[in-house]
Design a protein around this ligand. Structure first.
Ligand code: ARG
Length: 463
């Protein structure tokens, strides 16, 4: 039995009584932090190779450590590895097994290292890998939305402000608004990744170490972009986890906005879209129901990720330097944030392909709210009427349309001319939904030519 295995009897010679079972369970993290095992082994290998390179440990020790960690990786992968609660966390579990396998060489691995810089390194390595997966999923989601937009450039949707019909827009244009959001989410994660990808190892417990470690070479071998420059900050900083969670929370907020629209559009009162059956569920009592469970759940899970952000940021509030055990609480919110975001992005990318658009329903809805009133005002302004006066004139015309129970575009020319004699037959092109769309042929506008150009830009960017 080695020292670490004796932990259940007490940490070291210093301790005169063992931990109670409750305290062991309370302080242990192995059942959630074991998922970082690959990062832990990767970090240990880099550390051991550097120790050997610097002559701190012998080449034979390094060999034994490499062989031992290789065997442990296989044991974990094949499910043979015995995780022990009494060994507290992933780090001590792997180290104890290494000592069983490699003897004294295994005991030398922790030279010039503390679990404080070890855990900070592991979390960063693990998170870096997850960010790369998330970036890939964000690209896939964007591409799926670009495809959906591309198929529906010409489909006219009532654009809303205040959830009141505002102006007609291309459905494709509306979808590309979400692509913009998700592309900013990706940009943010690329930024965050740079700060995640820095090396704490070498900070040891908090003050650095007296061994001649080559921190830069460890960073290089781990593919990190630099080393943390202050040992106290290196072991106590969790900004990177907070920043990541903030970026993830914002991505989920974007998902929740899309979710809300899908739910609304699917309801009988809108009936703008249908979502493939595989993303919906029925009711156990109402046989006619098809419920948009996936978007609803995503909307709900957004609260959970926002909650994790609050949890993590509060975890750090007021913590004195340097490492405190509080920081062990960073993992579950971080892990759950990653899991929730990844699953949600994946399912939305698939679901985007399963959305059927009902152009007639959207168009009928767009015809309801005098959506081209602004176009009439612009028409008059282009004829020399000051815009504010044109606005007032059109408001009166809309009032008349409401009184006769028709849309503005359905008023006879003679009626329209009562409001301004300059109005001619050509006004009907302007008042049509398609005319309104085509007129907005400006960078970032909803004219189909513009939307097509944006589709092409996104495709080029995402390929
Ligand atoms: N399981 C611990 C954590 O997640 C590892 C670091 C423990 N360090 C210590 N000094 N107790 O933070």
């Amino acid at each position: 039995m080695n020292q670490l295995d004796k932990k259940s009897q007490g940490w070291s010679a210093l301790f005169s009584e063992p931990m109670s079972e409750l305290v062991q369970r309370y302080t242990a993290s192995v059942f959630f932090d074991k998922r970082m095992w690959r990062a832990d082994i990767e970090g240990s290998l880099a550390h051991a190779r550097m120790l050997a390179g610097q002559g701190v440990i012998a080449a034979a020790d390094l060999q034994a450590i490499e062989a031992g960690l290789g065997a442990i990786a296989q044991e974990i992968e094949s499910g043979q590895f015995q995780w022990k609660l009494e060994l507290e966390d992933v780090h001590l579990n792997i180290e104890a097994r290494l000592i069983q396998l490699a003897g004294d060489a295994g005991k030398r691995l922790h030279t010039g290292r503390s679990r404080n810089d070890q855990v900070a390194t592991d979390v960063r390595l693990w998170l870096r890998g997850e960010i790369d997966l998330i970036l890939e999923l964000l690209s896939q989601l964007q591409l799926a939305l670009v495809d959906l937009a591309d198929r529906n450039v010409e489909v006219i949707l009532p654009g809303f402000t205040h959830l009141q019909v505002a102006q007609p827009v291309s459905f494709g244009h509306h979808m590309l608004a979400y692509v913009e959001m998700f592309s900013r989410d990706a940009e943010r994660l690329v930024e965050v990744r740079r700060r995640v990808n820095r090396l704490p190892l070498g900070a040891a417990a908090l003050a650095g170490t007296s061994y001649r470690l080559d921190r830069e070479s460890v960073a290089r071998s781990l593919g990190m972009e630099g080393v943390c420059q202050n040992s106290i900050d290196a072991v106590s900083d969790r900004d990177f986890a907070i920043e990541f969670t903030a970026a993830a929370a914002l991505a989920m907020v974007h998902i929740s906005r899309l979710s809300e629209e899908l739910v609304l559009w699917m309801s009988q009162n809108f009936a703008f879209i249908a979502i493939a059956d595989r993303f919906t569920t029925g009711s156990s009592i109402m046989p006619q129901k098809k419920n948009p469970d996936v978007p609803e759940l995503a909307r709900g899970k957004t609260g959970r990720v926002v909650g994790h952000l609050m949890g993590l940021i509060t975890l750090m509030k007021g913590q004195p330097l340097a490492y405190n055990k509080d920081n062990q609480e960073d993992k579950e919110p971080l892990f759950d944030t990653v899991d929730t975001l990844k699953d949600t992005l994946r399912i939305f990318a698939e679901m985007a392909g399963g959305i059927t658009v009902r152009p007639e329903a959207m168009e009928q809805a767009a015809l309801k709210g005098h959506a081209t009133a602004t176009d009439l005002a612009d028409y008059l302004a282009k004829k020399g009427v000051p815009f504010r006066d044109a606005h007032e004139t059109v408001a009166r015309a809309v009032k008349a349309a409401i009184a006769s129970g028709v849309d503005l575009a359905a008023l006879p020319l003679a009626t329209l001319q009562q409001f301004n004699p300059a109005i001619g037959q050509d006004v009907y092109g302007v008042l049509s939904l398609r005319g309104s769309l085509d007129a907005r042929d400006i960078l970032g506008g909803t004219a189909p030519t513009q939307v097509r150009a944006q589709v092409a830009r996104h495709r080029a960017r995402l390929s």
